[in-house]
Design a protein around this ligand. Structure first.
Ligand SMILES: Cc1cc2nc3c(=O)[nH]c(=O)nc-3n(C[C@H](O)[C@H](O)[C@H](O)COP(=O)(O)OP(=O)(O)OC[C@H]3O[C@@H](n4cnc5c(N)ncnc54)[C@H](O)[C@@H]3O)c2cc1C
Ligand code: FES
Length: 345
């Protein structure tokens, strides 16, 4: 089936297959259609149907609340039933040559390991090596669970043969119940990606500020890993704020300590505990790290005072945490072009 997209600046045509979501079909053709979550919640991918018919895979999607008229739909949830012509209100550019073009692929969960009672670390072996940028995420669909979930990569390698994720359990959530209640090792999953623009390149030449809540730390680890591979922190500063409720909810502290050893004093890692003060044992066990009490955006605001020169900020985690961190950064007079974020909606 043919899709005709009329964007604000130009038109595009591409082919799609039965059941394929229009957003994913366009992105696979290196057309930079608008999206944020790619999974039905943010409304960024809305488009207007001019002619033809689409099938909505998730009519209850929360992102539909951003649609104003009956002829509007979410490109990440709808597939074409016939040839269609659609309108997208924003400017749409081709995906640049040096950016990884998303594609559909399959993978097998090769390991699943609990980091805390409600956080699991997954390794997914891919059926083909994949390039992605540090800070990107992947859509993952498990058998028997409707719809894709976005998960940020933890690792970063060129030509990666496997992807690592950390997933926080959402009580009652479709994929959470599946992951935490079944033996998922050896199970084949569908993937689409890489996606997301909150990416880090060593050519950035700026100090890096990471503020993450819970599993939001996933993409930050990918960024730090890429930076460490390039000896980035010999020239630039890195400040990482990892927010959890209590020390029992924290994970990867040994990995952060190793990064500190590798990168030296230019990398500063603060664990922000919102519901308790850090016990003395935390400092003894992790002398390379700092601990503070409060919400992660407040802790970051206190530690960063006067330290925002030449900074690019990366934020990820639950939407209220990301929104609060954005407010702190704007109050500190950071400009929006230096604030990248992923809301784990
Ligand atoms: C950019 C991005 C990156 C993310 N990275 C991470 C990460 O690294 N780690 C992490 O733990 N979480 C991450 N999340 C959140 C993650 O995608 C899930 O929301 C989370 O795993 C809970 O999923 P669930 O199935 O348990 O909950 P549910 O509430 O069942 O579903 C969560 C989401 O899945 C989609 N969904 C649900 N039902 C359907 C359906 N019938 N059809 C289509 N779509 C459906 C919707 O987007 C919904 O909001 C990220 C989210 C985004 C947007
Ligand atoms: S990109 Fe489709 S709703 Fe977020």
């Amino acid at each position: 089936m043919k899709i005709q997209v009329n964007a604000r600046n130009r038109a595009y045509q591409f082919e799609t297959t039965e059941g394929e979501k229009i957003l994913y079909a366009g992105l696979s053709e290196a057309i930079g259609l608008p999206y944020e979550c790619a999974s039905g919640t943010c409304g960024t991918c809305k488009a207007r149907l001019v002619s033809g018919e689409v099938i909505d895979g998730w009519p209850e999607a929360p992102g539909r609340k951003y649609l104003k008229d009956d002829d509007e739909f979410l490109m990440c949830q709808c597939a074409a039933k016939t040839d269609v012509s659609i309108e997208v209100a924003s400017f749409v550019q081709p995906i640049e040559a040096d950016v990884c073009v998303p594609a559909a692929m399959k993978g097998v969960i090769s390991s699943a390991r609990l980091l805390t009672p409600d956080v699991i670390h997954l390794q997914v072996r891919l059926n083909q090596p994949m390039e992605f940028d540090a800070g990107q995420f992947m859509l993952v669909q498990a058998p028997g669970v409707a719809g894709y979930r976005g998960w940020s990569m933890v690792n970063h390698q060129r030509e990666a043969e496997s992807l690592e994720f950390i997933v926080k359990k959402k009580p009652g959530g479709g994929i959470s119940e599946w992951l935490f209640n079944t033996d998922c090792e050896g199970v084949e999953v569908d993937l689409f990606g890489p996606l997301g623009q909150a990416t880090f390149y060593p050519s950035l030449a700026k100090n890096v500020l990471c503020i993450a809540g819970g599993s939001g730390i996933a993409g930050m680890l990918s960024i730090l890993s890429r930076a460490a591979q390039n000896d980035y922190f010999s020239q630039y500063k890195g400040d990482v704020f990892f927010g959890v409720q209590t020390l029992k909810d924290a994970f990867f502290l040994d990995e952060f300590s190793k990064l500190r050893t590798l990168c030296g004093d230019n990398l500063n890692v603060v664990i922000a505990l919102s519901k308790e003060e850090a016990p003395a044992s935390a400092l003894n066990d992790h002398p390379q790290l700092k601990f503070d009490t409060g919400y992660v955006h407040d802790v970051a605001g206190r530690h960063m005072q006067g330290g925002y020169q030449n900074v690019r900020a990366y934020l990820a985690g639950p939407p209220p945490m990301v929104d609060a961190a954005i407010r702190v950064l704007l109050q500190a007079r950071m400009t929006t072009d230096n604030i990248c974020y992923d809301k784990f909606s």
